[in-house]
Ligand binder design. Structure first.
Ligand SMILES: *Cc1c(COP(=O)(O)O)cnc(C)c1O
Length: 394
């Protein structure tokens, strides 16, 4: 077979020169048969590891039955997945779509419709260094200039406050927005967890002023932090939560969950999606959520995250350029003095896949199913990487 020299894929990602063709559990293989330990999980997507048997078998069975049917008909798998998500959260209703941006888009539309119906301001407040997606409304909600530059005019009605900043929260009272949207651990922005005290105050102000709280759990959801949803750590109930990445174990699916007092503002014709919640996507979601709530995967995250962080803290002493190790569960950030993408590139040579986040943070997103032996493999490869980086930076 002749392969084309030219690459016709549009240039929206700078890609590493590695062609991954196979995965199982915590490992992936490239087209040359080289094996890599994957501490990216396809950016928080393959939370159960690559090609998990339970999801594979559920998809295989569904492949023989029905691939697609429109949302003009009841879709049994969609109803089962909605029920599973509702049973394991504080929400009442679920809207299905195909990605994180679409889930946030749906949340923004629902908040706007709620405001319209109740004669409230359509304004929505988000936070600096946030990331909510690449569609026009979600990049307008994203508090990062580099995501917005070149795409003005933005969707109006968004403003940005400082994250974890108490003084800025008082501005909410004057702005009187219909909603705030936030991540509980800012992922792309540099792995920055919210503090409990700040969330307490945000929640109190929002309750008192009837401001909806939308929590973007596209990255933190589906067990990534050691609970099904990260909000469970923070002692409050959001009005809306969005999910995507880990929900389908690699099969594209997004979801917006809402409490019924908010959800009732959508009615037939107000929002929709051709593919959203189709039989294949929702069976992948159902098998994934079942695995997360019915097995000890979440306990594994809590246990292994402690072990992994402990080991990183130990080796940290040998590398003065490491400033801080932070995060929640298996969303881990290692802040360095330097360029994290250089570390990421050196790691590939050690057959280890990791990520960067923000300006100066290395991001680790191991599969939730990781074993202690695999953590040992990681530590060895990561130390080799850091030793090489140390030589480069002197
Ligand atoms: C990845 C991500 C998104 C965007 O999801 P897509 O599926 O790429 O549209 C939105 N919010 C957060 C917090 C994310 O991490």
């Amino acid at each position: 077979m002749q392969t084309l020299q030219t690459n016709h894929v549009m240039n929206t990602y700078s890609r590493f020169p590695v062609k991954l063709v196979k995965g199982k559990g915590a490992y992936v293989w490239d087209d040359k048969g080289e094996k890599y330990l994957d501490f990216t999980s396809g950016i928080a997507v393959c939370n159960l590891g690559h090609v998990p048997d339970v999801v594979k078998e559920a998809l295989q069975e569904q492949l023989e039955q029905l691939w697609h049917c429109s949302n003009l008909f009841s879709i049994p798998n969609q109803e089962l997945l909605a029920t599973k998500l509702v049973e394991n959260s504080c929400f009442d209703e679920v809207f299905f779509c195909n990605s994180g941006a679409e889930a946030n888009e749906a949340a923004i539309k629902l908040a706007r419709k709620y405001a319209y119906d109740l004669n409230k301001s359509p304004h929505i407040v988000s936070f600096k260094q946030s990331f909510h997606g690449r569609t026009m409304a979600t990049l307008s909600a994203t508090g990062q200039e580099k995501i917005q530059t070149g795409f003005q005019p933005l969707v109006p009605g968004f403003s940005y406050l400082n994250y974890n900043d108490f003084a800025d929260l008082n501005k909410l009272i004057n702005l009187k927005p219909c909603a705030v949207i936030l991540e509980l651990v800012q992922g792309e922005g540099g792995v920055i967890p919210a503090t409990q005290e700040w969330i307490d105050q945000l929640h109190a102000i929002c309750k008192e002023n009837e401001i909806l709280i939308i929590v973007d759990e596209v990255q933190t959801g589906m067990g990534r932090t050691g609970k099904l949803f990260a909000y469970e750590y923070f002692n409050f109930e959001p009005d809306i939560v969005t999910l995507a990445k880990g929900l389908g174990s690699g099969f594209p699916i997004g979801a917006m969950l809402a409490k019924k007092e908010v959800a009732k503002h959508f009615s037939p014709g107000t929002h929709g999606s051709t593919f959203g919640g189709n039989p294949l996507a929702t069976i992948a979601g159902l098998a994934t959520v079942k695995e997360l709530v019915e097995t000890d995967v979440l306990q594994n995250v809590q246990k292994m995250a402690g072990i992994l962080k402990g080991k990183i803290e130990l080796i940290k002493e040998s590398y003065p350029f490491i400033k801080e190790v932070r995060g929640l569960g298996f969303l881990i950030g290692i802040e360095i003095n330097g360029e994290p993408s250089n570390v990421v590139q050196l790691a590939i040579k050690e057959n280890l896949l990791i990520l960067s986040a923000g300006k100066n943070t290395i991001r680790l997103l191991p599969p939730l199913t990781i074993t202690e032996a695999e953590i040992e493999v990681f530590i060895e490869a990561f130390q080799n990487t850091l030793n090489k980086y140390k030589k480069v930076v002197g």
